[in-house]
Structures are given as C-alpha cells and as structure tokens.
Design a protein. Structure first.
Length: 540
C-alpha cells in the first residue's frame, strides 16, 4: 500500500524528514566536512536561521560546495524565504548547471512556491543528469501524489527506496507505505531517530504510535457501509454566529444514535466532536490524538475514539474512528474528505448534500463505499483493501470519467483541495476550498502582490484554523478560478506561513464561504477533480 501526503485524520503524523540527501559532487576539505556536519545538525534541529548562517560560513571557504548550497536553500525554505531560496539556487546553477542535486533543490523551491509544472521539469532534469539523485525521485513522488497520479508516485518512491533504503528520509516515506502492523515496527526506530528539538513531530508521531499499538490486534476499524443504499440526499442547515450572522452550514448526523449537528468544513479533516458529546454518545476511547497548532490557535490534545455507527442521511456506517477534542468548533465538524469514496455534491443555494458513488473506472467491478476515517495511514495514497474483484492493492492514477472531463483539476494535500487561482493579473496561485472560513482570504505574500495591505483587528478565521491576531486587508482582489471571476474589495489578508510550512507548499488564499455559498460545489477527492456551478436564477 502506498502512503505519502494524504490524511483522513486531523493530526498530521509524518513530516518530510530534515535529513539532507543528494550526492556530494565535490571533494571536500576536513574543515568543510566538519562545518557542513555542524550545519546539518542545526538543520535537523529545526534551527533554520542558525543553519543558514553555518552554511554561508562553509560556502565562504568553498563557494562551489554543492551540499552546502543545497543545505542553504533548504534552510531558507525552513524560514519561508521562498524568493531568496530561488535566487540562491538559480545563482548556483549558473556556475554548475548540470548538478543533479541543485536541480532537485530547485524543484523543492518551486514545489514550495506552488509552481508545480516548473517543479516537475526541475526534478525530471535532475533525474536525467543523475538517475540516482534520491531527492529528485522523492520530489516527483510528492508532486505526483498532490496531482492524484498515485501509480506514478509509487513508482518514484520505489526507485528512491531501491537506491537508498537506509536513507532517513526514504525510510520515513517508505514506512508510511506499510500496513499498520508493519508500520508499528518501523515507527519505534523512527521515533528514536528524531532530533530532541523536534518536539511537535515527536508528539504527533507518538500519538500515531500509540494508536497503531492499540489497534494492532484488533479488527480494522473500516467504517464500512451497512445500509442497503449507496447514495443519499439530505438537507444542510444554517449555522449562525452568536450575533445571528450565517457562519456556515451544518450536517445533521447520528453518532451512536445521538443527534449532532456537524459544521461542514472542506478545510478540515475527519469527524471531530467535543468531549461532552463524546461522553453522551458513549464513544470508546482507543488512543491519544494530537492536533498541530496553526497560527494563533495553538496545538490541541484529545483522543481517538470508536463510534459503533454513524448515520448520514440514508447511509449508515459501522465501526468508525472519530477524534475528540476540547475545541472542535460548534458541537463538532465534519471534513468533506470523510466522503472521499463518494462524489460529494454540496449545493449551498438549495442547502442540500448529495452523496453518490464515484464513476467506476473501466477496470472496476464495483466502486468502494465507506467513510474515510482512521482506516488509512495518515499521509496515505489511495490505500485500497484487496477484494475478490481486486486481489492486490492498487495505486492508480486519476481517472476522469467522460462526464467529468471539463472539471477543474486540483492539487490535493491531505484533506486540502488547492485550486489554481489568479489574483488580479497574477500568475496562477493555489487557493484552498474552505467552507469553514466565512471570508475569502489572501496570504500576506499574495496580498502584497495584489494591492496595498492595511492592518486590521484580531479575527476568528474558522473553527479548524482558529484566531489570527495579525490581520490585514488588501484593497482590491479579483479572483479567477475555474471558469468563474469574483471581485473582492477590502479582502482579509493573513500570514499563512506556518500552515504552508506544515503542508509543504504555498497556499496563497482561501475560497471561503462567502463565495462558495453562491455555488453548487462537486468534489471528487479520489481523482483530484472539482466542479463549480453558478446559476444566479436558483434560490439562495
């Protein structure tokens, strides 16, 4: 089974490791060796500014030392110095244009900037120069995962594992491809190898390790469909703020026969409920859970629990894992990635949710039907359980059914669907679809490119994202995505650097509820396809 950069739980478990890879293309002096080793240790510890200074010091003695140049670029990326990193790697490539390690590093920079086509070209150029350049294969695997090209991604990861099975970063990625029992065995050594200063990663990985250990000898919590129907249509309900303004839409759900209104949040993952409801519904705790903090919201502790049954409309599922925290937002929230085995149709103008089976691939006998909760390894890539019709796990590229060929292709990062979007006359940027955010939002980086930016007050952005203390606004932003255009004035602008560092690419903004509420939104998580339908004559 393949696993890289997809998740159906709230906590992200496996970050890209901090070990530098690539071939050392120059003969190094003892002084360079010791200086480079010290810089690498600072990088592993997450001390990116200190690492940057150390790499610079090494390069003063040997300006062409490729490992130091690559390390400098990645230390800058760790600080979100995207423009500076691109300048450094381009300057280095002028002198050494055929360096596979530098070409792969350039691909990493472009990937972090959200320039996916350019990143692919850089990785392929690195691979051509040196087929054993591990960072090129890992970069392509990550890129193809985000593009729903899972077979391509798995092939690249296999190559990386064949070249360097003992490399720390390769091990981390490969471990995530393993079934839970095998991953449990590998996780022990992974935890031991983490740097003492990697506190956030250790907390998250420890929570995952505890979960795997708890379920190792239990039946798989598959959250399988048990009702006789495979589709449903159900009403959405308005969720208002304390002042009476519309905050979003809720989905009436039954968990262990207890009614709960869950906020529908395309910007969140899984099913999250508060502790009070979990107690009433008699959810069975199985392990601790840890949610990484983003911006001013801070990390949250909680636990994973099993629900005997969950009912959404006419669909009923058994044996499902949910996350319980103190601050889920309202009574709870449900990420639409939960329905990734279905075609998700959110009609905000008619206030309806429709779930129907995804189009069958030509080679499929039946389409899978389940809720995508804790059955899949965090970071997984289309993990499929063998069946009589499909006896081996399959890692398949996206499939666009004939009726979906004109849908918009998006990039998927775990639960986030990123839509290429132009701001005014900009090049395409990546915006996430986020019904949990009431507002359209620009990153400070995108806002500064679009227009003048002015300071505003603290703002609750969304339940999953929390409060933001440093809020700005951009005077004007025309958003162009798919086949739609929306004019915005005084658009909210916030610093998304922490979030972008966590997911590994540049999210330039959110398409929030204020624009999505005017649309019928159709989501195909399996294939990375989205359709936006606007009909002004329909009711609101």
């Amino acid at each position: 089974m393949l696993a890289l950069l997809r998740s159906c739980v709230v906590a992200t478990v496996l970050l890209v490791s901090l070990q530098l890879t690539g071939h050392q293309e120059d003969t190094q002096s003892p002084a360079s060796d010791s200086g480079l080793a010290a810089a690498n240790q600072l990088y592993r510890a997450g001390k990116f500014a200190d690492a940057e200074a150390s790499y610079q010091a090494v390069l003063k003695n040997d300006s062409k030392l490729v490992p130091a140049q690559v390390g400098l670029v990645r230390a800058m990326l760790g600080q979100q110095k995207l423009d500076e990193a691109l300048t450094v790697v381009n300057t280095a490539l002028v002198v050494q244009p055929n360096s596979a390690a530098l070409l792969a590093a350039k691909g990493d920079v472009q990937f972090r900037r959200g320039e996916m086509s350019d990143a692919e070209m850089s990785y392929l150029a690195a691979e051509k120069q040196d087929p054993k350049e591990v960072r090129a294969h890992l970069g392509l695997a990550r890129l193809y995962v985000s593009s729903s090209l899972y077979r391509n991604a798995y092939n690249q990861l296999q190559i990386a594992h064949t070249i360097a099975p003992d490399d720390f970063e390769v091990q981390a990625a490969w471990m995530a491809t393993l079934p839970p029992k095998q991953q449990l065995a590998a996780m022990d050594s992974y935890l031991a190898s983490l740097h003492p200063d990697q506190e956030e990663e250790k907390k998250s990985a420890t929570a995952r390790f505890e979960f795997l250990k708890t379920i190792a000898d239990q039946p798989n919590h598959a959250c399988r469909l048990v009702s006789k129907v495979d589709h449903t249509e159900t009403k959405l309900r308005s969720v208002n703020t304390g002042s009476g303004n519309k905050r979003g839409v809720g989905l009436a759900t039954k968990i262990n026969d207890r009614n709960v209104l869950l906020l529908v949040d395309t910007g969140a993952s899984g099913i999250v409920v508060d502790r009070h409801f979990a107690k009433k519904a008699r959810l069975t705790r199985i392990s601790a859970a840890y949610r990484r903090g983003i911006r001013d919201h801070g990390p949250q502790s909680g636990y994973r629990a099993v629900a005997d049954n969950i009912r959404v409309g006419d669909l009923e599922f058994n044996d499902c894992v949910v996350v319980v925290t103190d601050k889920p937002g309202a009574e709870g929230l449900i990420g639409t990635d939960v329905f990734a085995s279905y075609l998700v149709d959110l009609d905000f103008r008619e206030m309806q949710l429709k779930l129907t089976p995804l189009p069958k691939r030509p080679e499929d006998v039946v389409a899978p039907t389940s809720l995508n909760c804790e059955t899949e390894v965090p970071g997984s890539v289309e993990q499929q359980v063998p069946s009589p019709q499909s006896p081996q796990p399959l890692h398949r590229n996206r499939y666009a059914a004939p009726e979906m060929v004109n849908w918009t292709r998006v990039f998927r990062f775990e639960h986030m669907l990123l839509v290429p979007t132009r701001v005014n006359e900009s090049k395409p940027m990546l915006f996430t679809i986020d019904t949990g955010s009431h507002f359209n939002v620009l990153s400070v980086r995108a806002g500064q490119q679009a227009s003048k930016v002015h300071f505003r007050e603290q703002l609750l952005l969304s339940p999953s994202m929390g409060y933001v203390n440093k809020v700005f606004s951009s005077s004007k932003a025309t958003l162009r995505f798919a086949h739609l255009v929306q004019e915005n004035r005084d658009v909210i602008t916030v610093d998304l650097a922490d979030m972008n560092r966590q997911i590994g690419t540049e999210v330039s903004g959110f398409l929030g509820f204020e624009v999505l509420t005017q649309l019928e939104l159709k989501l195909d998580y399996r294939d990375g396809l989205v359709d936006f339908e606007y009909n002004p004559k329909r009711r609101r």
